[in-house]
Design a protein around this ligand. Structure first.
Ligand code: IMP
Length: 182
């Protein structure tokens, strides 16, 4: 285990089994629809890369990069698009693939933004849900795991751009972020 990790919350095998299950559900629900999966950079990149390989149906993949957190641990609610989609999603069946929902501000902003582009349908698939911190009413359509209100890293999730490479989801030791304004 990495020295800065206090405990592993979800191990690599459990994540992979869940991603397989989500891939199977999406393949059933989107059969014949050729959906567009929109990976929200950077946090969802590892989840999305594993998820698309568990699909047994044709699908497209596009990317959006947004900024919400910076290096602190709480979202400001201000979302800025750093990289937009390459193609129009008008008339497409769209699935937003996100790493985690916390306050819900990021995902609700994205839903509003993408809805205005007139997709045929729009759903959300998130690996982790922290329902305790919700500031806006939002229920993701596909959820990997509900987790407690702890700051987690790994499997794409970062703290100050570190720890994304870890194959598991872990909780940081407090000394790593102590003294940093949140
Ligand atoms: P929300 O807008 O508060 O729902 O936050 C969503 C975004 O905040 C996610 O896409 C993550 O980038 C980040 N985030 C929220 N909680 C965590 C966490 O525990 N670890 C790492 N990033 C997080």
């Amino acid at each position: 285990m990495h020295d800065d990790i206090a405990k592993v919350l979800i191990d690599a095998e459990t994540i992979q089994a869940k991603v397989r299950e989500l891939g199977e559900r999406l393949s059933r629900d989107y059969a014949g629809l050729n959906p567009v999966l929109i990976c929200i950079l950077k946090g969802a990149v590892i989840f999305a890369a594993d998820l698309v390989r568990q699909l047994s149906i044709p699908a497209k993949l596009d990317f959006m990069a947004i900024s919400s957190y910076g290096s602190g641990m709480r979202t400001s609610g201000v979302v800025r698009i750093l990289k937009d989609l390459d193609r129009s999603i008008e008339g497409e069946h769209v699935i937003i693939v996100e790493d985690i929902v916390d306050s819900g501000l990021t995902l609700s902003y994205l839903l509003e933004n993408l809805k205005s582009r007139q997709p045929a349908s729009l759903k959300t698939c998130v690996l982790l849900d922290k329902p305790a911190q919700r500031q806006v009413p939002l229920e993701p359509d596909y959820v990997g795991f509900d987790i407690p209100d702890e700051f987690v890293v790994g499997y794409g999730l970062d703290y100050a751009e570190n720890y994304r490479h870890l194959p598991y989801i872990g909780v940081l030791k407090p000394h790593v972020y102590e003294g940093v304004s949140q």
